[in-house]
Write a protein of this length. Structure first.
Lengths: 117, 117
DNA sequence: TGACAATGTGTCGGAATCGGATATAACGAA
DNA sequence: TTCGTTATATCCGATTCCGACACATTGTCA
């Protein structure tokens, strides 16, 4: 339970959050992450290639993400990434933090927006 | 319903989000905002003076925040700020967006963190 | 009184982050 | 073989963040 180590990463920059979240479903390659973030956020958060690959490098260096063997892939260009256990450990309190923000906003009666289809 | 106008501000940078959220409770001066953000986030988000005053200037320029008359204040140094209706209009979909992120994370079974006291 | 902590606004400059344009190449289908 | 999509990657300017510092006012208390 290395709380101090984890706390040093918080709060997560938005791009990092979305990348880690996309990877909770299993390993993905960069381009796949880009698409998944778009779908998961219902197109409300767009991740361009610059932000994506910059962040992947940093996330690797910080050991929040690991390279996941490509494993006989039909497309030789792809590089796969997966969430490390440290990444999991960081994502979790960050989500809790955001829940706090949302809860606070609701307490403050910030007008509800209808959910989109 | 100036959706396009509002969308141009989204997503909100984290510091802006917290400042606007702090102002939903009524007008506050800069230092008060700093303290309120700290309390509202249970010390998980810290806003330093650099970030604060930078953002206040930008938020004013963008008309998300307005100067709120100081109104016989015991302390002459204070400058008060309040949320504009545009600011309200921007905060609302941003909160909805974050709810989406949290919901997605829960779907993905990102481990629950116990709430702090 | 005089000192000192807390309050309060603000600037500065470097670091981190973001985001679009661009480059390059492999893949798939027509 | 040509074209659109998939895919990785870099570059670079713009934005955002953040702590250090400066400076003034207010409140407290010995």
């Amino acid at each position: 339970m290395d709380k101090a180590r984890i706390d040093a990463f918080l709060p997560l920059a938005p791009a990092k959050l979305h990348i880690l979240l996309a990877l909770t479903g299993g390993k993905l390659h960069g381009y796949g992450i880009m698409q998944k973030v778009l779908r998961q956020s219902e197109a409300r958060y767009k991740l361009g290639p610059g932000t994506l690959y910059d962040n992947l490098q940093r996330l690797m260096k910080q050991s929040l993400v690991e390279e996941g063997g490509s494993l006989q892939d039909r497309d030789s260009r792809r590089r796969y990434y997966r969430l490390s256990s440290l990444g999991q450990g960081v994502l979790s309190p960050e989500i809790a933090r955001l829940e706090g923000v949302v809860r606070e906003a609701r307490l403050r009666r910030v007008p509800q927006q209808p959910r989109r289809a």
